[in-house]
Design a protein. Structure first.
Length: 327
């Protein structure tokens, strides 16, 4: 009787227990799978660091983006980003043709993990009413790296170059001013670099580390013996690097210069010159020797083929004479 009662109770609740156990097991398995997938995603995507810098060079605006990552305490450039980096103005949204805000463009990074957005003249005209800009760079949906976003806010600044000089003293002066409230005002105590533009790298003039005065001015004397350009000018300039408010601002100006450029000496045909400027007798004799040697080689090859062709013609007769002699 007791056993029958137990079987009856099991029949009523056993299936319920089995059903609940199966549901609990499925929920636990799904939860574990979700945790493992999240852990896998977090491990597979590598974190990156994005840096933005702003530059104005002779009125041409550009934004430079650089992406790096850490590996074994070393900073490595990210040169294999599969997704492009997008640049926005003011906020992340579609491009607004009315004021130029929103999406500006995108690009892929080079082998140094860098990319430069050169802002067109049309874009500059479109934002002519702006004097403070917030540029936002964003990369997302990359299969290897995590999403990254960085922004930089800059204010308009300009540099005016002035030149004064006579026969004994020539001076270059840079005047730095930045936008504040509703006008450009002088910027004091800013490290301004004055330079002369050369073929490869600019030649700095004046002492390093000098800053502008209360009027935003900085002057330096020009070396009087430096060669000028072919058109009788010299290119002077001023620059501020990575200013916290203005970014990098650079301007150049051509001024008259009396020192002519150095003329490269005429290249003469000498024994120590390159092959293109070797003495003509040496070139002619070398060519003659090469022609004679290769001509002799080709003539010998021709004679070998001729001997072989003649031997094929006379060989049957020789074989007949040998057979007759043997008989």
């Amino acid at each position: 009787m007791k056993n029958n009662l137990l079987l009856l109770l099991w029949g009523r609740s056993g299936y319920r227990i089995i059903f609940v156990s199966v549901i609990i097991g499925v929920l636990i398995a799904n939860e574990r799978e979700g945790f493992s997938q999240e852990e896998k995603d977090s491990v597979s995507l590598l974190p990156v660091t994005m840096n933005l810098s702003y530059k104005v060079s002779d009125g041409i605006r550009s934004v430079k983006v650089k992406v790096t990552r850490k590996e074994k305490r070393k900073t490595i450039a990210v040169d294999n980003l599969k997704s492009p980096v997008n640049l926005y103005l003011s906020e992340v949204k579609k491009h607004d043709p009315a004021d130029g805000t929103g999406w500006i463009g995108n690009l892929f990074l080079d082998e140094k993990g860098e990319g430069i957005f050169e802002l067109s003249a049309n874009f500059t005209n479109l934002i002519s009413g702006f004097h403070e800009y917030t540029f936002i760079a964003k990369s997302e949906s990359d299969p290897v790296y995590e999403d990254a976003e960085e922004s930089v806010t800059v204010t308009d600044a300009k540099i005016i170059m002035e030149y004064s000089g006579d026969d004994s003293i020539k001076t270059a002066t840079g005047i730095l001013s930045g936008w504040k409230d509703s006008a450009y005002v002088p910027v004091p105590d800013a490290e301004l670099k004055l330079f002369i533009k050369r073929t490869f790298n600019p030649l700095l003039i004046g002492e390093t580390g000098r800053v502008t005065d209360e009027n935003g001015k900085l002057s330096a004397g020009l070396p009087l013996d430096i060669p000028g350009n072919h058109n009788g000018t010299i290119t002077i300039g001023a620059k501020i690097d990575d200013h916290e408010n203005f970014g990098t601002v650079e301007v150049t100006k051509d001024v008259p210069w009396s020192v002519p450029p150095k003329e490269s000496p005429a290249i003469e045909r000498t024994l120590w010159s390159s092959g293109a400027n070797a003495p003509l007798p040496l070139v002619i004799s070398s060519v003659v020797i090469i022609v004679v040697i290769w001509g002799t080689i080709f003539y010998l090859i021709f004679l070998l083929f001729k001997i072989r062709r003649i031997s094929k013609k006379i060989r049957p007769g020789i074989d007949d004479q040998i057979r007759n002699t043997l008989k």
